[in-house]
Design a protein around this ligand. Structure first.
Ligand code: ACO
Length: 326
């Protein structure tokens, strides 16, 4: 049976040049490199400069992904789905700013808000629109300037995050409907709004008229992250009819090395198959999965035909996973 698959033809990423090590952070925050590394595995993060916005980072990542895919935004692209928690403005969507900057005059562009799960949500939404014929060629971006919503006096959160962007280009292609097809093979999304208080921002246009800062119950988040991400991985591989042994690469949301290790252990997956960039990027929220993906593609680990499993969890709580044949 012929089906439409969303095949990834290019990916790209961008990190703001300013690098902040744990040692540098410890000059202004009551913390140490030892505490941060032992609790999280983070060694450094990139921080956007004044004037560098989510759209700036998104555009840089998008251009690389489009070039790799050989797709001209002006003529070929008809969809942009951009995941961000830190949009340039409350409205319009940051995706439309990227659309204009790319010279794309048709199609549709909009933002998705699912915090750290944003990229997995955006990929799922784009895949659904390609499958129903609403669009043929999509750009999916995760971009964050998370540093803008951190409380730099709260050492329990400000050491955990960084800024960056990653993007992929998808094309709708007719496929055989087999597990050997290239493209998105299965997706699964979840949320549980009862978990608001564990991870949220204490502001917003409706509530306070301010942007607000990240507030987090770290241990509560940790506990749920491992359970939820392991559960959704099991769901998505079962939906696709494969096993974890068939998966070549797990590209998890890069929240914390201990969460990555605990989830891998719970799943029983070979740690050598897990792509880890949290040490270099820290947690970049919606950008973390596409940033890690791009690192593993550019260094040659992820190759055409590989089975790649992406998973994430974030505020809401939201969580989800996507299984893709590269
Ligand atoms: N530097 C030094 N000391 C610190 C720091 C810091 N940056 N932050 C907290 N501490 C102190 C606390 O004040 C506390 O001191 P006390 O015992 O004297 O009161 C002590 O360290 C222990 O604090 P805890 O919060 O209990 O530390 P814990 O071992 O739970 O680690 C952490 C905290 C790293 C945040 C952990 O809970 C965690 O990783 N949670 C997951 C959170 C996460 O990844 N969130 C990302 C967003 S959600 C997502 O992406 C999935």
């Amino acid at each position: 049976m012929t089906v439409i698959r969303s095949v990834i033809h290019g990916c790209g990423s961008y990190l703001p040049p300013r690098l902040v090590t744990n040692e540098e952070l410890a000059k202004t925050v009551d913390t140490t490199d030892e505490w941060i590394q032992s609790r999280t595995g983070i060694r450094q993060r990139h921080i956007a400069a004044d004037g560098e916005l989510a759209s700036t980072l998104a555009l840089a990542a998008a251009k690389k992904a489009l070039a790799q895919a050989g797709v001209a935004a002006e003529t070929d692209l008809d969809l942009i789905v951009l995941a961000t928690t830190t949009p340039d403005e409350t409205f319009p969507a940051t995706a439309t700013t990227v659309q204009a900057a790319l010279g794309m005059t048709g199609g549709a562009a909009f933002d998705v808000q699912a915090v750290c799960s944003g990229f997995v949500y955006a990929l799922t939404v784009a895949d659904s629109l390609l499958q129903t014929g609403q669009a043929r060629t999509a750009l999916v971006i995760g971009s964050e300037v998370f540093s803008r919503i951190l409380d730099w006096d709260d050492r329990g959160t400000c050491v955990l995050f960084g800024d960056g962007a990653g993007a992929v280009v998808l094309r709708a292609e007719e496929s055989a409907g087999l597990i050997s097809d290239r493209g998105v093979l299965a997706t699964k999304l979840h949320s549980d709004g009862r978990m608001h208080d564990a991870l949220y921002v204490d502001g917003g246009p409706g509530a306070t008229g301010t942007v607000g800062h990240v507030r987090m119950q770290g241990r509560e988040v940790f506990r749920h992250a491992v359970v939820n991400m392991a559960q959704v991985v099991e769901e998505v591989i079962a939906a696709a009819g494969v096993t974890l042994d068939d998966v070549d690469w797990l590209v998890p949301h890069q929240a914390n090395k201990r969460i990555l290790d605990s989830t891998a252990k719970k799943l029983g997956i070979d740690p050598g198959k897990v792509v880890v960039t949290v040490d270099l990027h820290a947690n970049t929220s919606a950008a973390s999965v596409p940033l890690a993906l791009d690192v593993a593609v550019q260094d040659g680990r992820i190759k055409r035909g590989d089975l790649v499993l992406m998973e994430a969890m974030g505020g809401g709580f939201t969580w989800g996973a996507c299984l893709v044949r590269w």
